[in-house]
Write a protein that binds this ligand. Structure first.
Ligand code: SF4
Length: 456
């Protein structure tokens, strides 16, 4: 039996695509292995959102070269965002790669591998974003999922925004939403197979369905535009057997009252919201083309918090966007200090090719200044995270068990509805529990990144 090894870089969307690639190869009778040296096929599913992804990829491929030389039959496939962006360049730089495949045609990997069997050169297939009717969602492909109790479901690919720092629209194309009936069908199937938690995936989930509405309107099938994401949340949340629903990522400018209503009234939708702020300076937000001001962001945040009890909010912040001044950065610090985020993913700005911000080389902020700002921001973010975790002590919380604690074999780790990791000691009461089961815990302690509990 032939074997495959998959290495994934980047976001949950890529992780989910890798599950689908794994499903495709398994359906062809291949089996996964953990050692690339022994694999007949190596797939590298790439990301180019962060700087140096290209260098890292070529460095990484270098590790595979000796194995490939020793095993002449081995095939190497480069997939994902960087393959979409670089295409032929990968074939020229690393001719020992057998297949380069973009983000829009992952379903073609088995056929491209067959073509590579008889090809002396790298087989490259990178296509532009297809029309919505011809779009292949990776969710339509077979999947080998990492666990049996929690699953990602793609609801949309691509993005219609043009944030000044972001390469996603160039490599993932414009927004295309998957039909609601297909999504619900997949969720029902997952529930039947034992999945209890669903995370809906899209680049901008709050605009889910906008393209479907427009297409329907063009065909004269509807006259009023309905906000479809809130409908979708309610539908997914009512599938029997699904006990937790999460989603990522929403764009603040598109967070609507209807979505907050759906979150507040659909019991299975978790009290967790990731709302990427990016900067606390209106001047920088405008340069970033984010489509909101700090005031608007705050209004959305308050709307969500006032309606959803015990909501945990996380965010993304970029430090050192071109031309960011001390005063812009101080506005970010002040905003973050006041916003009470449960946690924040902080990034140093890195130029991505063909983005607006990457052209502003003369406005780039000095590395030493960025490092200093980042250190200050981390202090504020961690202080906020600690405070948010501290106020949970004494709560009774439900956790979904993930498995043994990575640091302490006498403990189990679970995830609360707010998305927080919680560790608790194993006991006779927990001996029958397995990953995916639920347990009620009393929160007894906290740290910056997690909670500690005891079973009730
Ligand atoms: S909303 Fe902005 S940051 Fe998010 S994927 Fe689209 S362009 Fe990128």
């Amino acid at each position: 039996m032939k074997s495959y090894y998959i290495r994934t870089f980047g976001c949950q969307m890529n992780e989910h695509d890798s599950e689908r690639i794994s499903g495709l190869l398994s359906k062809k009778g291949m089996q996964p292995v953990t050692d690339p040296l022994t694999a007949d096929v190596i797939v590298v599913n790439t990301c180019c959102v962060r700087e140096n992804a290209d260098n890292k990829l070529y460095g990484h491929l270098g590790h595979f070269k000796p194995g490939k030389e020793a095993n002449k039959g081995q095939k190497i496939v480069i997939a994902g965002c960087l393959a979409q962006k670089e295409g032929q360049k990968i074939a020229q730089t690393t001719p020992f790669v057998d297949v380069v495949v973009g983000t829009h045609n992952l379903h073609r990997i088995p056929e491209l591998l067959e073509l590579a069997e008889n090809s002396a050169t790298t087989v490259v297939e990178v296509i532009e974003a297809p029309d919505r009717e011809e779009t292949h969602f990776s969710s339509d492909l077979p999947a080998s999922r990492k666990n049996s109790y929690s699953a990602w479901v793609t609801i949309q690919i691509g993005c219609n925004n043009s944030c000044g720092f972001c390469i996603v629209p160039a490599v993932r194309g414009p927004e295309v939403s998957r039909q609601m009936s297909e999504i619900i069908g997949e969720v029902q199937e997952l529930a039947r197979s034992g999945v209890r938690e669903i995370t809906l995936l899209g680049q901008n989930v709050n605009s889910y369905g906008r393209d479907i509405n427009l297409a329907d309107r063009k065909r004269g099938q509807i006259t009023t535009i309905k906000p479809l994401f809130s409908e979708l949340l309610k539908e997914v949340g009512s599938v029997e057997g699904i006990e937790r629903v999460r989603f990522t990522s929403p764009h603040p400018k598109d967070l609507r009252q209807e979505t907050v209503d759906a979150m507040a009234t659909t019991t299975s939708v978790c009290e967790q919201l990731h709302l990427p702020l990016q900067s606390g300076s209106d001047r920088i937000l405008s340069l970033m083309r984010r489509g909101y001001t700090t005031q608007k962001y705050l209004e959305k945040l308050n709307m969500a918090r006032s309606q959803i009890d015990d909501l945990a909010v996380t965010t993304d912040i970029i430090v050192g966007y071109p031309s960011e001044s001390d005063s812009d950065f101080n506005e970010t610090l002040e905003f973050v200090a006041a916003a009470n985020f449960d946690s924040a993913y902080t990034f140093v700005y890195s130029p991505r090719p063909n983005t607006v911000a990457a052209q502003q080389i003369d406005q780039f902020v000095k590395e030493s200044v960025v490092a200093e700002r980042m250190a200050k921001l981390r202090v504020v973010v961690e202080h906020s995270a600690v405070q948010r975790n501290k106020h949970r002590v004494g709560n009774k919380e439900e956790a979904m068990i993930l498995g043994d604690s990575k640091k302490d074999s006498s403990s189990l780790t679970g995830r609360t509805r707010q998305g927080k990791l919680v560790h608790f000691k194993k006991s006779i009461a927990t001996s029958d529990l397995k990953p995916g089961d639920f347990i009620n815990l009393k929160i007894i302690d906290y740290s910056t990144h997690c909670l500690f509990g005891e079973s009730l």
